[in-house]
Write a new protein. Structure first.
Length: 238
């Protein structure tokens, strides 16, 4: 098991946003976390990442307890986060934005051939080569999304948490982002994906978790979900 979240509880003030949340990601897997607006999907990712401090529960990553650690410490254990709002620096070039993802002090851990370099990122995102010196602000939404993913990969994560990567993108770009996530996964990066686009999510994931208000409603394989239209109606906008 790569990541295991158990009995996680998180609050914003008095509002109990995650109630005994659980989920797991196996090595090499793409897992989708789905559900209607406001159910707590982003909060789940933020709690894993340490951006929201959980009140109780455990987050075990590669055998280590990481619940409650500060975000940079969580990142250093090998988890990357691609936030919903992408956070591209508008005045930095594409290349400089990419380099912002490099983690210093990783020592020899990533000296192996699987290490992400700018060249390797360009192989996965060919559009970047011609846009190296373009300012972040001048990239399209889809390009910014890919840059945000590429920047996270520069930190050599074993697992990435990706929040709504296709939101607001044109259909062509949605397909490109989908394909790039599939390729990254083939290259060895496990993915926990929050995604509103059901088609994209189900075409990538092997297993899905559906969130109801603050808790999980359904856990199963994509095949199991497809044979339960009632579950889809209850937890998703379909
Ligand atoms: N910083 C915050 N302070 C207070 N309440 C918040 C904060 N962020 C989110 N919430 C509330 O917590 C609940 C869960 O929010 P969250 O963003 O995790 O949901 P979500 O499932 O990601 O929704 P969406 O599909 O709209 O992105 C919502 O009711 C939301 O209004
Ligand atoms: Mg969200």
């Amino acid at each position: 098991m790569l990541l295991e979240v158990k009995n996680l509880n998180a609050y914003y003030g008095d509002s109990h946003v995650l109630r005994d949340m659980f989920l797991a990601v196996n090595n090499g897997e793409i897992v989708a976390l789905l559900g209607r607006n406001g159910m707590g999907k982003s909060t789940t990712l933020k709690s894993i990442m340490g951006l929201v401090k959980p009140k109780s529960g455990s987050v075990i990553f590669q055998g280590k307890q990481i619940a409650g650690l500060r975000p940079h410490r969580v990142a250093n254990t090998g988890i990357g986060y691609v936030p919903e709002d992408r956070r591209i620096f508008p005045n930095l070039s594409l290349l400089d934005n990419l380099k912002m993802g490099i983690k210093h002090g990783q020592g020899d851990k990533f000296r192996g051939k699987n290490r992400w370099t700018v060249e390797r990122i360009f192989k996965h995102f060919p559009f970047m080569k011609a846009r190296t010196h373009q300012k972040g602000a001048l990239l399209s939404g889809g390009e910014q999304q890919m840059l945000a993913i590429g920047r996270t990969l520069m930190g050599n994560p074993d697992l990435i948490l990706v929040d709504e990567p296709t939101e607001g993108l044109a259909p062509v770009m949605i397909a490109e982002v989908r394909d790039v996530l599939a390729k990254i996964n083939k290259a060895g990066v496990s993915i926990l994906l929050v995604e509103h686009n059901l088609k994209v999510a189900l075409s990538l994931a092997t297993r899905v978790y559906l969130m109801g208000k603050a808790h999980l409603g359904f856990t199963g394989t994509v095949e199991e979900l497809e044979t339960h239209p009632d579950v889809r109606r209850k937890y998703l906008e379909v």
